[in-house]
Design a protein around this ligand. Structure first.
Ligand SMILES: [Zn+2]
Length: 241
């Protein structure tokens, strides 16, 4: 015989306090998928992955992280900030390029300053939020990818602004390319961090190559400067005697 539906619940079920004979402790079993929030049947709850979205329900990856829940928002906000930076930055760079061409070769000296301001704006305004969610190696790589891009593309590109007219094209192109490099690499790293994918071999090879080339060039410039200075001093000595 079936129980009448109106049967009151025993007090111990309503107040499951310890020592009151409440229901025995049962391990936490989600009745919904923590990822897609679809309800799960008892059989589905025991599965290793959700039948609706196929994401893991157990193991170290079974728990959504902050990045999993906020990824779309972070990604959209970064894209919006890139649009904003391009909107303001392109006309500003065009004006700076005209000013740089007016002071001729002196305009070259503006390049490091423009590059530094641009790098700080990208770092502080555009990619800071995404970088917080990257692992330590990815955070290091996105930082150095930006520095190398600014060193090898930014400095010559912005220095070329000293050239009349063509300098405007060079300045604007440099600004857009550097903004996109920093944005795309960070967004791509964030997507891979979210799907728990490891760093790729080419990322590590490219970063190591750029670091090695940069060190060799810097050492070369220092050694070259010392050699030229020493030769000049020797030559002046020799001519003086
Ligand atoms: Zn699901």
């Amino acid at each position: 015989m079936r129980m009448p539906l109106t049967r009151p619940l025993p007090l111990s079920r309503l107040l499951p306090l310890p020592g009151m004979g409440g229901p025995a402790y049962t391990p936490f079993m989600p009745s919904r998928c923590p990822w897609c929030l679809e309800p799960l049947s008892i059989g589905e709850r025991r599965a290793t992955s959700c039948p609706h979205c196929e994401r893991p329900l157990r193991g170290p990856d079974g728990e959504p992280r902050e990045l999993d829940l906020r990824y779309e928002l972070i990604e959209a906000r970064q894209r919006a900030r890139v649009r904003e930076v391009l909107q303001w930055g392109v006309p500003a760079i065009a004006v700076i390029a005209v000013a740089a061409s007016l002071i001729h070769i002196g305009g070259v000296l503006i390049a490091p300053f423009v590059a530094l301001v641009h790098l700080v704006v990208l770092r502080v305004h555009v990619v800071r939020e995404a970088r917080r969610y990257l692992g330590p190696t990815r955070r290091l790589f996105t930082r150095w990818a930006a520095r190398f891009a600014f060193l090898w593309l930014g400095l010559p590109g912005y220095a070329a602004m000293a050239v009349p007219l063509a300098g405007i094209v060079s300045g604007v192109a440099t600004f857009v390319v550097l903004t996109e490099v920093v944005h795309v690499y960070t967004a791509w790293s964030l997507a891979r961090e979210r799907s728990r994918q490891p760093l790729l071999a080419w990322e590590q090879v490219l970063m190591a190559t750029l670091a090695a080339v940069t060190i060799v060039v810097i050492v070369g410039i220092i050694v070259g400067g010392v050699v030229v200075g020493w030769s000049a001093a020797t030559l002046i000595d020799w001519l003086g005697n």
